[in-house]
Ligand binder design. Sequence first.
Ligand code: NAD
Ligand code: UDP
Length: 347
Amino acid sequence: MLQRTDRGKKKTILVAGGAGFVGSHLCDALLSRGHRVLCVDSYLTGSKANVLPLQNHPRFRMIEADICELHDIDEPVDEIYNLACAASPPQYQADPVHTMMTCVLGTGNLLFLAERHSAAFLQASTSEVYGDPEEHPQREDYRGNVSCTGPRACYDEGKRAAEALCFDMLRTSRVDVRVVRIFNTYGPRMAPDDGRIVSNLIVQALSGEPLTIYGTGEQTRSFCFVSDLVAGLIRLMEVDPNPGHPVNIGNPGEFTINQLAEMVLSMVPTASRIVYHPLPKDDPQRRRPDIDKAKELLGWEPGVPLSEGLRQTVDYFMSVVPGERPPRHTAPAPAKEPQTSPLPMGA
Ligand code: NAD
Ligand code: UDP
């Protein structure tokens, strides 16, 4: 098996999707460790604002490109992190064919690039490969319950195909590939219009709009703060030997969406109330990572509790979402209301 021999070296690292929410935090972390960072992004769901503070950094280079069309890079590369892919359900369903092509063709392009440069490769896979899981919590050896024809398939099956491609490249000793299965991650720099639950609830509360909960709100997710995730990604890229199988990275604390909404309402000064909308098709009912492998192989576990991470995320959105805010003590208790309006785009 291919193994790392370059620990501690200052490297040139390509971060595909580096202008996105997670990718921009990863760029920060790699630069702070002394590496050179090549950020490749098409700005499909990421933003120039996320990488603006890095633009004049001497070890940072921005390359605006779609990974489906990226065939080479004009300087040597030691590592590639592939985070390029829309991650929010409304965003990845907006152009499902492009999402699938990003996962398969784009990941393939980056793997071939890694092969030519003898670069190590980390693929950002997802808990969505487990679909609507029938096993709980989800261990890496669980094969999942995924629809290959539903609205989430472009992402779920795209990421599964990308994993297959990654492990073929590893098995045939062509690229030193590592695969991380990321569970719901949140934090500063999520786009206000991203559409995922944490940003939606906070932005809605700050804007005085109804907090939208899909279904009964009793479905669960496990929320990981972005700094914990980034630490796990770097550990997995650097661990020697390569685990040779996917590793879950997430926070095993499991919350219902109703609980999350109540936490947001307790932190944001708002007059907003909760409204219930229909549950989107194929929406997973329960999700919680088993992180024994991450603990054992990477010595990694999350350190930021949801209450602390949410506080930081609320503070971030307060600085980017305009609007007058009532004093904090006026926040009402959450109230259930009947379903009133259709779902937002693609949800
Ligand atoms: P994001 O949408 O903020 O970031 C994705 C970035 O990829 C954006 O900057 C976008 O412009 C870019 N991108 C998309 N398609 C591209 C293409 N074809 N070519 C070039 N750039 C492209 O999402 P995120 O939450 O930061 O997610 C980053 C990665 O982590 C994604 O691959 C996602 O599947 C994975 N992931 C994230 C989570 C999470 O909860 N945040 C969970 C599971 C997996
Ligand atoms: N969700 C919700 N209201 C929203 C956005 C999402 O109730 O405004 C629900 C969604 O149906 C799902 C959960 O919150 O059950 C997490 O959704 P998200 O899109 O954040 O992530 P994913 O479904 O991909 O885990």
